[in-house]
Write a protein that binds this ligand. Structure first.
Ligand code: UDP
Ligand code: MG
Length: 330
């Protein structure tokens, strides 16, 4: 599909696609002075290659930072019109900050690329993504070819995360985080997904349209520390699975079925013992084991059901997914 730009030639624009680079930022005062010039250089590069309009821009989303990130974004925006800032009312988490940025960008661009502020995802891949977009791809996933720079713990826990999700019936693109290009059309379709619990990596593959993959090497953070501790990674994993799959509930059902079948054998054993008088001391050990095993299974099941009930609770309220406090543009 040849790309048709939304830009009016009367405005003096090149007619090349306008690309928005959306960056969620949470306490990133250390990383932004390095990453913003780097990303702006990519826009210059694409404009000089003639593959993107020079009106392409950065959209920095401040996710309720507490360290002066917003002031920094505002002064960067004042210094360069290609830097736009969006402040959320409070810290909502990476996924929501990203969603807010993409939804704001979608009416202003032909395609949006989402990337983290720490430039762990090689920004050079943006150029390849845009080239694939120009050749008709609507969604381009950035996929890590190497994680050598991540700690072994981060690497292994991330791989466990993907495998676990897959086992639980959630389809995601392997080793793809949230570094991707989406066309304005794909973003419009994304906007139709009204769920409150959002896990973009699970939703985007469901949109359909033509996709492509770009490989890149994962680098260390340019500055600052990770805002994604294990606690948040686990929460994201549980959210991802329970938002997309009912497999855990089915597993509990099969487990219950297996135990139910075992109960027949246990029943026969008990009856035989009773009628043929093999009386042992009152079975403290077996009783304790049963209580613990059944007790834990029941608790697990309740917890699992509770997870879904909680989801329903949050969905039916239809609360806004994010609240915008301020924009640097009109
Ligand atoms: N982030 C955010 N809100 C949060 C946590 C993180 O917007 O509550 C942003 C953060 O500024 C960064 C991106 O999400 O741009 C990814 O976070 P980070 O690099 O800390 O995660 P990691 O790469 O360590 O998984
Ligand atoms: Mg990072």
């Amino acid at each position: 599909m040849p790309h048709t730009s939304a830009i009016n030639p009367d405005t003096g624009r090149s007619g090349e696609p306008v690309i928005a680079i959306v960056v969620p930022c949470y306490n990133e005062t250390q990383a932004l002075p390095i990453s913003v010039p780097e990303l702006l250089a990519r826009i210059d590069e694409m404009a000089s290659l003639g593959i993107a309009d020079s009106g392409s821009f950065l959209l920095l989303v401040d996710d309720g930072s507490t360290d002066g990130t917003w002031d920094m974004i505002k002064s960067m925006s004042a210094a360069d019109p290609r830097v736009r800032g969006l402040a959320l009312a409070h810290n909502r988490g990476h996924q929501y900050a990203l969603l807010a940025g993409l939804m704001e960008a979608r009416t202003m661009c032909d395609a949006a690329v989402s990337i983290d502020a720490d430039l762990q995802d090689d920004p050079a891949a943006i150029v390849t993504m845009v080239q694939l977009f120009r050749s008709g791809k609507e969604i381009v996933y950035g996929v890590r070819s190497s994680r050598a720079s991540d700690t072994a713990f981060k690497r292994n826990s991330a791989h466990a995360f993907y495998s676990f999700q897959k086992a639980m019936g959630l389809e995601t693109v392997y080793d793809h985080a949230d570094y991707r290009l989406m066309s304005a059309r794909a973003l419009d379709l994304l906007a139709e997904y009204g769920e409150s619990n959002i896990f973009l990596r699970g939703i985007v593959p469901q949109i359909g349209l033509e996709t492509a993959v770009v490989e890149y090497a994962r680098n260390p953070r340019v500055a600052g520390i990770s805002k994604y501790p294990l606690r948040k990674m686990l929460a994201l994993s549980v959210d991802g699975i329970t938002s997309f799959s009912a497999a855990p509930m089915r597993w509990i059902f099969y487990l219950g079925l297996a135990i139910f079948l075992l109960t027949f054998l246990v029943g026969i054993y008990v009856l035989v013992s009773h009628f043929f008088g093999h009386h042992t001391m009152p079975g403290w050990a077996s009783l304790m084991i049963s209580v613990w095993v059944l007790g834990s299974l029941i608790l697990m099941s309740i917890g699992m059901v509770g997870e879904y009930v909680g989801k329903i609770f949050r969905e039916v309220k239809h609360r806004p997914r994010y609240a915008v406090r301020e924009r640097t543009w009109q």
